[in-house]
Write a protein that binds this ligand. Sequence first.
Ligand code: COA
Ligand code: ZN
Length: 298
Amino acid sequence: MNEVIINEVGPRDGLQSQQVILPPEQRIDLINALFAAGLTNIEVGSFVSPTAVPQMAGTDAVARGISVPVGANVSALIPNRKGYELARRSGVDTVAVVVSATETMNEKNIRMSLAQVMDVAEDIIARGSQEGAKVQAYLAVAFECPFEGKVDPTRVYELGGRLLEAGARELVIADTIGAADPKQVRSLMEWLVGAHGASRLACHFHDTRAMGLANVYAALESGVRRFDAAIGGLGGCPFAPGAKGNVATEDVVMMCEQLGYRTGINLDDLLPIVEAVSEVLGAKVGGRAFSWLKQRAA
Ligand code: COA
Ligand code: ZN
């Protein structure tokens, strides 16, 4: 398959740990601009406690306010059953449940044990299939946990298998703190692709140690064709110390297109969005290739 699908997570992962909190209107403008640049999959926010993550307050208004092109898919992250109900009421197509691969990360992130989170996730997946909602399952800290260290791939394989068998539409393997290397990625993703096929698998990388794009490439070589990325390389989890930005959307688009994959995303349209985001956040953002891309466009 010569196509790569990029799921833009900037409006959620990118904004959830920013010091500047964007009101729903600005988040709506960002998402509409991303749709206009050709993105067809966008995570528009999360339905979480506004006390825990004030940056994501008003995701319902965001989901209702955006102009979704025909054929595009809108998702939102949810931590629990309450999140599922709020997300359903706001009309998003896909809900993303998050299971962290370690006990401590689940406790820190959503105050549940791993067993509880798995129960909740399996329950939400079952409800989703009864009620016609697509449920995506994230397996966070899939390579390394900021609290418990390296994560055994066998554990990821088993938990991921359970989530897929429960009926998750897609399993997203997430390197939440950006600690994975391409060799680990290739080995884990080949194992998972061999067991489940690539069509229900996706990867989510952070660029903390400058291995984000190399990890995307390793996953591509394993057959994975679906990737999360965030405009301008924004991102980070407020509950995972050391988590830096996601791999930048413009970098992933550039690499995939140069390798001959189609993304459907217009690189030239992404650059003004990176600049607009920098301006509203009052901080310089941009992936590794931003200056070069900018020069090329000039
Ligand atoms: N959306 C909005 N509000 C929610 C909610 C949701 N999904 N789930 C719970 N709440 C509210 C409750 O109604 C309650 O509100 P109240 O104090 O006004 O009555 C409050 O949050 C606390 O509820 P409780 O069930 O006791 O939760 P908690 O304090 O144990 O916190 C979470 C658990 C999951 C709600 C919270 O840790 C959270 O939202 N975490 C988000 C983590 C995140 O976004 N991480 C980054 C992405 S992976
Ligand atoms: Zn992330």
